[in-house]
Design a binder for this molecule. Structure first.
Ligand code: ADP
Length: 450
């Protein structure tokens, strides 16, 4: 086992990893920008290294600085968290070239899944069901129009290198195709340096269901059920739960096995998420994330496992501490994302926290790097906390969420807390009757969010 690991991230996820390491008796090294000198992850880690100025490009994304921080501190492995360098195959290669260990999958797997066309081709071959659409990239507008007719409108044009909801455009009809095709390409080019796009049937009322998978890199892999992350704004998740209210035990077992077998087949190592759209009882693969997800705690809640601990174990060459047979679901878990954002437009709202009080009690987990007097810097993501609740069943989890939200105090900046108070009054949320468009409609009707 490692003696010391470095966490190439900040905020709540850096704390999450430091906590797992500490329980395992592993020392932790935090890295930080000059804007984060007073950040909680710096205070909580055993050691810290300043790696650059505020801009992410020059700090959290600076590979030479991170490698140098490992060399200075003697850290043997790097946990990337999510975002930043977590899905950067080049980073993994450089880590290995320096005789260090990346706590995550191989560069090859990241590369395959990071290109959505290659990912889809690979998954199709592994027997994972995909959204119907173009086979591979679509080079010209004429081809796009022909495929649009074949697949049937509406269709969605997606940049193969896209992510975070960028590089995706819907064409409702043939007349819409030129605009959608050109914009998706331009967004792919400007955001990801790659203008290759592909086309999928646009599903009109699906749910977003993702399967948590975990592999040991030695041909064994398991699934840890699904999460329903259908409540989204601009393709960004805001409320996640496990198990999915619409998924039966037999469906879970079926799709879970397909995913676990696929991962065993490619010798996948570590945590991964296979994302699907789910409509009329069918699963359609959209993409795979080769990292820990923001919403991983709901899975931890219902399976009573520590996914970060497992990531560190398999990265060090140990076996997973669970098998498919002993992974049993217990109860229901829900996570809401607390962002420093001003409603109704969700504009970022950095600033000084004048008061912070985290909720507590049975079944409540608050993952946050906030503290009284902390100043949220304007340079990074607006996620400032995740409130996760666990109950014996969904109604209990919902009641607990409402109670815990009532205890949570974040003063000094605007947050998304009022949104969740409002959502918990909605019948569809209480019954779990929603699809990926529900929240946008609700925001339009109730907040005038355009
Ligand atoms: P990203 O990598 O940007 O997160 P994804 O491919 O994971 O992109 O898609 C993100 C979201 O976009 C999905 O959760 C869903 O809401 C919507 N989406 C993607 N593909 C489709 C599709 N074929 N039909 C309908 N909605 C889609």
């Amino acid at each position: 086992m490692f003696k010391k690991i470095l966490i190439a991230n900040r905020g709540e996820i850096a704390l999450r990893v430091i906590r797992a390491a500490r329980e395992m008796g592993i020392e932790s090294v935090a890295v930080h920008s000059t804007a984060d000198s007073d950040a909680m992850h710096v205070r909580m880690a055993d050691e810290s290294v300043c790696i650059g100025p505020p801009s992410s490009q020059q700090s959290y994304l600076s590979i030479p600085s991170i490698i140098a921080a490992c060399e200075i501190t003697g850290a043997e492995a790097i946990h990337p968290g999510y975002g930043f360098l977590s899905e950067n195959a080049g980073f993994v290669q450089i880590i290995e070239d320096h005789g260090l260990t990346f706590i995550g999958p191989t560069a090859a797997h990241i590369r395959i899944m990071g290109d959505k066309i290659t990912a889809k081709d690979t998954m199709k071959e592994l027997g994972v069901p995909c959204v119907p659409g173009s086979d591979g990239g679509v080079a010209t507008l004429e081809d796009a129009k022909r495929i649009g007719e074949e697949v049937g409108y509406p269709v969605i044009i997606k940049a193969t290198a896209g992510g975070g909801g960028k590089g995706m455009k819907v064409a409702q009809t043939a007349a819409d195709m030129e605009r959608a095709f050109m914009t998706a390409r331009a967004e792919g080019k400007s955001n990801f340096g790659n203008d290759e796009v592909y086309i999928e049937k646009y599903l009109t009322t699906p749910r977003h269901i993702e399967i948590q998978v975990f592999g040991d890199g030695k041909g064994r892999a398991v699934h840890l059920g699904e999460r329903d992350c259908s409540l989204q704004r601009r393709h960004q998740k805001v409320f996640e739960e496990a198990p999915g209210p619409s998924i039966t035990e037999s469906e879970r077992a079926r799709i879970g096995k397909v995913c676990a077998d696929a991962m065993a087949n490619i010798n996948y190592i570590g945590a991964g998420t296979i994302e699907f759209l789910y409509e009329n009882g069918e699963f359609y693969f959209i993409e795979m994330n080769t990292r820990l997800q923001v919403e991983h705690p709901v899975t931890e809640g219902i399976f009573d496992v520590d996914l970060v601990r497992e990531q560190i174990r398999v990265a060090s060459g140990m076996d997973m501490s669970f098998t498919q047979e002993n992974l049993k679901i217990n109860g229901h878990a829900i996570e809401v994302r607390i962002n420093a954002e001003k409603l109704p437009n969700f504009s970022p709202c950095p600033g000084k926290i004048t008061q912070y009080h985290a909720p507590g009690g049975l079944g409540v987990r608050m993952d946050s790097a906030l503290y009284d007097g902390y100043s949220i810097p304007p340079y990074y993501d607006s996620l400032i906390g995740k409130l996760i609740v666990h109950g014996r069943d969904r109604p209990e989890a919902l009641a607990r969420l409402k109670r815990a939200l009532g205890e949570l105090i974040v003063d000094g900046v605007d947050t998304t807390i009022p949104l969740f108070h409002a959502l918990l009054e909605e019948k569809d949320v209480l019954t779990g009757d929603y699809n990926i468009h529900w929240l946008e409609h609700w925001l339009e009707t109730n907040l005038g969010d355009a």
